[in-house]
Write a protein that binds this ligand. Structure first.
Ligand code: IVH
Length: 677
């Protein structure tokens, strides 16, 4: 088949799959297969741009289902800011600035500090080509398709934009949209978002950009990184960005002194409640670019900028009762039930009481007036109790003695602050929690089984332990339904229709192929989180060896201490747990690390240097492809380098050196064609 015919055929096929997925809600292939085909089309279109059609599935916004994001290198490190919390610290900052500028005159800009997630946008010839999250500061996720669904972010710049422009800014969600979305999540039995910031971050990482398009994200740009206008002062450069059609917050001001900055802070500390979005402080920047350059950076922060964090708002209300929640590991957490109170524009009805010691220290009692603050967590905190207004008949709070769910006597291990229910195999929230952990995104990743659905399966007696999932069938599931009450006075009915059942079964079946390290994490062994699971899995390679490892052998794994080693040992000393592993074998789950075979030897004896920013692959993917095909990665160019894979923004010095040594340069498409052959 000619390339043109292949592109046409693939486009048609993918469009049909899109239709099945979005319109009929009946996909006939898995997301993974879809992604593979989409990538194939993308590569072909790159190689034969003359056949790229405008309405190709690769060009569609809001209809792309892509699994993992590509990781891309930032053009320069995406730094964060130093924090100040009071006027004195701010004045210290001002004095440091004065000194560094050597007594010369300077101005500040004062800006709102938007509480969302940082994003870097790159425009080429006025066209948005890349949107990258902060990631670890050096490399972030390419979330271009998702960012393209945000109305405030132009796909095309206007005015006299430069040929390359990079700006950075913040993406966030409005308070009302956040609350609406959480209501929706509650209805669907999904976990609630803690705050608008987490919601925005969760949204931008969604795999399905049509889903992103339904959530009204917004954004403001606050920094020019690359383009013609970098000689301008900060404030002017923001105006310039505005003239290109980029969203700039109108409340930014120029200040001649730190006193003026302080006035701005005080003003917005009061007025922030009126804003439709959350801000958590004010950002102060030295306005002159030249002065900024003179001052430079510490290893973490620019010396010319500082954030001022507002104090969080504190409100008084009455504590009406205490709920005790039992988690996956049996830990019992007390939660205060409050008279609803507004804090920073959202309603608060519950607050964390952490554990028995915390309750005793606060001496908080039912009926007390308590003071509540919102931290970054889902549940706000009780920070103080007004004992003066306490009723004379109030009684000290006694922590419950038995499990509120299964009545077992609670235990409190020596040295721990937490009470636990010991009935790990019979206590409903512990059982459900373990199953939920097993199917979690970082474990076996069965996205089609949300929290609400596990509850239904459990109530119906179909799933008592995670592996029971693999014995479910269509007839078991069809028509199951249950009314779920949601604490307050909300109730909803969950019922399984054909489509739901199919999705559940496909999701479970696909999870059989999850790699061993995920399965090890999914077991929910205490202290064995995602990273520890990976370390142990790659060290011992098989479940068999982990099961039989001695304490010393476990302890000898780098970064695995005694507590973790002991916990693993305890887990496998249980007969029940060992039988589960046999059961896993019979299901066909991966009980060994997959040793990767070379895909080919086509690059053997060839050394590669990777340079610049890429769109098709992340740098790590390129490195892996090179190794998978027998090649070698080297970090710097020398005369023994065979190839350089060149992305955007390759440094000029590197380029010159490569040209001088006559090293062959490949684009990522050329490289991809090379290994395809
Ligand atoms: S300037 C190198 N300006 O706050 C300086 N940041 O805590 C880059 N943020 O990473 C940051 N509003 O995500 C800047 N007006 C603003 C901001 C802002 C919110 C975020 C940003 C940054 C974080 C630092």
């Amino acid at each position: 088949m000619s390339a043109e015919a292949k592109i046409k055929a693939l486009s048609e096929e993918l469009k049909t799959h899109n239709y099945n997925y979005y319109v009929l809600a009946q996909p006939t292939i898995s997301d993974r297969e879809f992604d593979k085909k989409l990538k194939e089309l993308q590569l072909l279109e790159e190689a034969y741009p003359q056949y790229l059609q405008e309405n190709s599935p690769t060009q569609q916004v809001g209809g792309e289902v892509t699994k993992n994001f590509n990781t891309v290198q930032h053009s320069s490190r995406m730094l964060s800011l130093g924090n100040t919390y009071n006027k004195e610290e701010l004045i210290d900052f001002d004095q440091r600035v004065s000194k560094l500028i050597g007594g010369n005159q300077f101005q500040y800009t004062a800006e709102l500090k938007f509480d969302g997630l940082a994003i870097a946008l790159r425009y080429q010839e006025g066209q948005l080509i890349q949107a990258i999250t902060r990631g670890d500061g050096s490399r972030g996720d390419d979330v271009t398709a998702n960012v393209k669904t945000i109305r405030a972010i132009p796909h095309r710049l206007k005015g006299d934009f430069p040929s390359i422009l990079e700006v950075r800014g913040e993406i966030f969600i409005h308070k009302t949209a956040f609350e609406r979305m959480n209501q929706e999540r509650k209805k669907n039995g999904e976990q609630l978002y803690a705050n608008p910031r987490n919601t925005a971050a969760g949204t931008i990482k969604l795999q399905d950009s049509s889903e992103v398009a339904k959530r009204p994200l917004d954004g403001f740009m606050y920094q020019l990184i690359e383009g013609n206008d970098t000689h301008l002062d900060h404030y002017q450069s923001l105006q310039k960005l505005k003239s290109y059609g980029l969203p700039i917050n109108k409340d930014t001001v120029l200040c001649d002194s730190i006193t003026e900055v302080w006035d701005f802070i005080e003003l917005w500390d009061k007025k922030r409640k009126e804003l439709s979005f959350e801000i958590d402080g004010v950002v102060i920047k030295v306005n002159s670019r030249l002065q900024q350059e003179e001052m430079g950076f510490t290893s973490k922060f620019p010396r010319w900028a500082m954030s001022y964090k507002f104090e969080t708002e504190r409100q008084g209300t009455t504590m009406r009762g205490i709920n005790y929640q039992v988690g996956r590991t049996g830990a019992v957490t007390p939660v205060a039930i409050l008279d609803p109170v507004q804090i920073l524009g959202t309603t608060v009805k519950r607050a964390s009481l952490h554990n028995a010691d915390f309750i005793a220290q606060l001496d908080v009692r039912i009926g007390d007036t308590v003071f509540v603050e919102k931290g970054g967590e889902i549940i706000p905190k009780i920070v103080d109790v007004d004992k003066s207004s306490r009723s004379s008949v109030s009684q000290p709070t006694l922590f419950i003695k038995s499990c509120p769910e299964c009545m077992s006597l609670l235990e409190r291990p020596d040295g721990e602050a937490v009470y636990r229910c010991p009935n790990s195999s019979g206590c409903p929230p512990q059982i459900k929690g373990k199953i939920e952990h097993f199917i979690g995104r970082k474990a076996m990743d069965v996205a089609s089984l949300g929290e609400g659905k596990i509850d239904v399966l459990y109530q119906a007696g179909l799933v008592q332990r995670p592996l029971d999932l693999y014995h479910l069938n269509y007839d078991n599931l069809l028509g199951l339904s249950k009314t779920i009450s949601e604490g307050d006075d909300d109730e909803r009915i969950v019922s399984f229709k054909e489509k739901t059942v199919e999705n559940i079964l496909v999701g479970i079946r696909e999870s059989i192929n999850q790699p061993f390290e995920r399965l090890l994490f999914a077991l929910g062994i205490r202290f064995v989180g995602e990273t520890v699971a990976k370390k142990i899995a790659f060290h011992f390679k098989t479940m068999e060896r982990i099961m039989h490892a001695t304490l010393e052998e476990l302890n000898a794994v780098p970064e695995i201490g005694e507590v973790i080693a002991q916990s693993i040992k305890t887990y496998f000393s249980s007969e029940e747990n060992r039988l589960e592993i046999d059961h896993m074998k019979s299901i066909g789950l991966n009980l060994e690390v997959e040793e990767k075979a070379l895909s080919s030897n086509i690059l053997s004896n060839k050394s590669f240097v990777i340079s610049g920013v890429f769109t098709l692959f992340s740098r790590n993917e390129l490195k892996k492809l090179i190794e998978d095909h027998g090649g070698k990665n080297v970090s710097s160019i020398s005369k023994s380098t065979d190839f350089i894979i060149v992305g955007e923004n390759m440094g000029p010095a590197k380029k010159e050196k490569a040209e001088k040594l006559g090293i062959k340069m490949l684009s990522e498409t050329e490289f991809s064609a090379m290994i395809e052959d």
